[in-house]
Design a protein around this ligand. Sequence first.
Ligand code: ADP
Ligand code: MG
Length: 613
Amino acid sequence: MADIIQLLPDHVANQIAAGEVVQRPASVVKELLENAIDAGATDITLVLKDAGKTLIQVIDNGIGMSVTDARLCFERHATSKIKNAEDLFNLNTKGFRGEALASIAAIAHVELKTKTAASEIGTKITIEGSEVTAQEAVVVPKGTMLSVKNLFYNIPARRNFLKSNPVETRHIIDEFHRVALAHPQVAFSMIHNGSDVFQLPESNLRQRIVNIFGSKTNEKLVPVSEETDIVKVQGFVLKPEFAKKSRGEQFFFVNDRFIKSPYLHHAVAAAFEGLIKNENHPGYFLYLEVDPHSIDINIHPTKTEIKFEDEHAIYAMLRSTIKHSLGQFSIAPVLDFEKDTGFDTPYEYSKKSPVAPSVEVDKNFNPFQKEARQKDISFPYKRERVASWESMYVGLEDEAMPSELKGFEVESEEVTGRLFEKDTEVASKVTFQVQNKYIVSSIKSGLMVIHQHLAHQRILYEELLKSITVQEAVSQQLLFPLSLHFSKPHVAILKSLQEQLEHTGFVFSEIENETLEISGVPSGVLESNVEGILQGLVRDFENEVPDASFSQNDLLAKSLAKSMAIKSGTVLEPKAQEHLIHQLFACKEPSVSPTNKLVLVTMDVNDFDKKFA
Ligand code: ADP
Ligand code: MG
């Protein structure tokens, strides 16, 4: 039999390669914009006709190409960006495969005009179906202009496969957004069928997001920022109340490259758990910087999927950083315990002598006297609303006051939690319990309702985690050692946790066979509760199939926090309520419990206003 294998001609090979790189006009847009970025452009214009089906043109002010390079750039595997395989793991450019221009030239009419800073005159090359049809010298400014006309002119099947103009335009805009968001310091514009679609001046990231998605976006952004040895994260998430049913703005960038990562998306979604409805999707613009050696970008022709070396660590870090930001900037209401007696003394108290000696009362205080008040008001409008809301107490007889409020003492404590530092809007410190389950407090914007059990879980969890890992907690010696009986396997579980448990304050004088002898317990734990706490711990460790990303310490702290936290139904003195709030807001993530349940809800005065309208 005769030999039947033959090498494919270049233009056929290029057409086949094009199938991978160029699916639709948007793919061309992506490749050309990325080439312009790689060329160091600071100003990039995208011109389109008929959703890119007739014309896609990218004009940049980058380094341009020499005559030889202008010719070479259309060859397959022609690239200036890597020289050997090692370079693949040290990439600072978008491109490196050297096949985009070769592929595009195989399936469209392409015209290139380019000039470097060093040469006087530029080069123009016309190429159709991989054949150079003309080359001449032209007068052009420094930079490159690449025009792609009649995409898929020689592959009718592909051309017929294209979707309607609005759909293809949508895809192009998506690609445009991704590149523009990755490079806010570069100016971009987009013109479609002669009209301006986007004009994005050089700016910072926040401004770029706002310029693309509209001025209303600004107030929705919660900044995120964290740096560890393996990854630096920056950017914004959208406040949970702006989460949408449809997948909206979800952007991950790794080393300035837009990527898709269901895994990292999951980390973000986990951080939002409990804060948005299940059917809603969080919005985010997150920029990760990692060592180029620790990622592999080469796994997909369009390079939107990458592999991380430290995937698990990045997941955990992302999740906790975002939770932290949400707690700090948006979910957790800002309380202020700063002394400002003119405001936080309810009007009623101004007329009589204070209950507690620590109260400082301005006898002449009159909330209706505007001039006197306005002196130190930084947010006059809002404060007035708060003040008038509080004046609901005015004229109430003592008997009509909730009993919890009667003995209320005003204290001027220094508060050190982060949350308290910035905002100085004042709310009353009055707190009270509802059904011995919730603590209600007034805040600058209205009301806050805290779930006492979950709040205490959060507080204990953070304390326990700290004592287990960093410092040992105070132990409380028992007068008589406590003897408890557990099954052998359960004693074994507790024994495996002995060291960590001792860090939290437990002292075991014996852990043997089926007996446990305890001579000390964490401070604040009642002897009568010890057995229940340890039983709960054993149960949790039996049931939990530990997730690789969650350590034993985490589970231990969660379990202990759950059984040690004050229960719903416990009466709390006003002092204790206040202390709890205080401790809660000194936590890293005050708004969610260790098991991701909502710890508090806030109600805005505006919502009340609507109800009474
Ligand atoms: P890659 O980007 O993977 O290197 P391309 O086919 O996209 O492959 O481009 C081939 C080469 O052409 C690039 O490596 C670069 O040297 C040159 N090039 C492409 N576009 C531009 C541009 N806008 N400005 C300057 N040089 C460019
Ligand atoms: Mg390229």
